[in-house]
Design a protein around this ligand. Structure first.
Ligand SMILES: *Cc1c(COP(=O)(O)O)cnc(C)c1O
Length: 385
């Protein structure tokens, strides 16, 4: 049987989504209409948040949280270098400084013990350059990596003890639960993203949730060119952004959120196929799920290889064999612009670098079939023989 190419990821779309987008096209309101409001309402109901603010990317959502938390010039924000760059970039947008701490080697999530240490011994964690010696820590930004919530109980305790804001980057974890509570609802702000490879999509898009009325008003104003409640179209209380989500995307999102559980179950099934397909392949480790994760929300399927396996050569060979894979994550502190600004070096965050060196994201989506998963697993097994 000829083998078809396997996509890295695919959105899970039905006629309901196509119809919803077509319906918007039959109205004159392509932005700032009812669809965004309905999408936000549906989202609030789904996760139990008081406020949902839809925006045009997850990065925009994180940036609004940084602004709402009052993070500015020179402030330090404790975060993880094992993430997608956006979770740190939003600090740089405000000339604030990410204060990186390393991760738990099992989950890949930020290590709460190191957060505590970074508060008590801040100097030890400052970058070689680009930060003031007397800079103050303002917030913590944990990331729910690969769809597994960060260890939020100790993180929230540390934050409350030291009066720090917590921005939970749940862009990879919509639908996940930590000790029975929804990801994104565990800090002061939660952020989700809807790029087409995420658990649900709006094309481009993102959303912030919070229970704080004043912060919600401020973020709504800031996404809409700084127009505060009561402002007219050409009155701008604040210097704001255009971070608005359009109506087509919101209509798509409303259908997707109504299908979330169905889509998450399909993703879980694909993860199970991978788990059993890789069970007996030597040198390959599948994702560790902590007992605090009462519900996993599969975002990507990342495996770790033994240090004896040449991961990069294997990745090349897999791509040649028609299996797209990606090293995941490339550590943030080693990105060229981070090295230039802060002087980071290889070895600064050894656990992050080790996981980054040994991991690969395999093709993954809720619309993947069992035969495709088998094909990936068999190709890996053959190449490792
Ligand atoms: C996807 C993602 C984001 C946001 O991405 P956008 O492309 O801006 O929507 C932020 N943080 C993490 C960890 C992500 O995976």
């Amino acid at each position: 049987m000829p083998k078809l190419p396997i996509p890295m990821s695919s959105p899970d779309l039905t006629d309901a989504e196509r119809q919803a987008v077509a319906n918007v096209m039959n109205t004159p309101m392509l932005s700032m209409g009812q669809y965004v409001k309905d999408f936000e309402q549906a989202f609030c109901e789904r996760v139990g948040a008081k406020h949902a603010i839809a925006v045009n990317s997850g990065t925009a959502g994180l940036h609004l949280c940084v602004r709402a938390a009052g993070i500015g010039e020179g402030d330090l924000v404790i975060t993880t270098p094992f993430s997608f760059v956006a979770s740190s970039n939003v600090m740089l947008f405000e000339n604030a400084v990410p204060l990186f701490v390393d991760i738990d080697p099992k989950t890949g999530n930020i290590d709460p013990e190191l957060i505590k240490d970074a508060i008590e011994n801040t100097k030890k964690y400052l970058p070689r350059k680009g930060a003031n010696a007397d800079a103050k820590i303002k917030a913590i930004l944990p990331v729910d990596v690969f769809g597994q919530p960060a260890d939020m109980d100790p993180i929230m305790k540390i934050a409350r003890d030291h009066n720090l804001a917590v921005i939970e980057d749940s862009c990879e974890a919509l639908g996940a639960e930590y000790k029975g509570n929804p990801a994104g609802m565990l800090g002061d702000f939660g952020v989700f993203a809807f790029y087409p490879n995420k658990q649900m999509t709006t094309g481009e898009g993102g959303l912030v949730i919070t229970n704080n009325d004043a912060d919600a008003d401020y973020m709504r104003a800031m996404r809409n060119q700084g127009r505060a409640p009561g402002d007219t179209w050409l009155t701008h209380t604040h210097l704001g952004y255009n971070y608005r989500l359009d109506e087509m995307s919101a209509a798509l999102g409303a259908v997707q959120i109504s299908r979330l559980d169905e889509m998450l179950l399909k993703r879980e099934q694909v993860a199970k196929w991978y788990e059993s397909g890789l069970e007996n392949v030597g040198g390959v480790e599948t994702l560790f799920i902590d007992e605090s994760t009462s519900r996993m929300s599969w975002f990507v399927y990342v495996v770790r290889f033994d240090a004896t396996i040449d991961r990069d050569t294997l990745a090349q060979d897999l791509i040649v064999a028609g299996v797209p894979v990606r090293p995941y994550f490339a550590p943030i502190h080693l990105q060229p612009y981070m090295v230039e600004q802060f002087g980071y070096q290889r070895g600064d965050f050894p656990i992050t670098e080790d996981l980054g060196n040994r991991s690969l994201a395999l093709p993954f989506s809720g619309v993947m079939g069992e035969a495709q998963v088998e094909q990936v697993c068999e190709t890996i097994a053959e190449l490792l023989k």
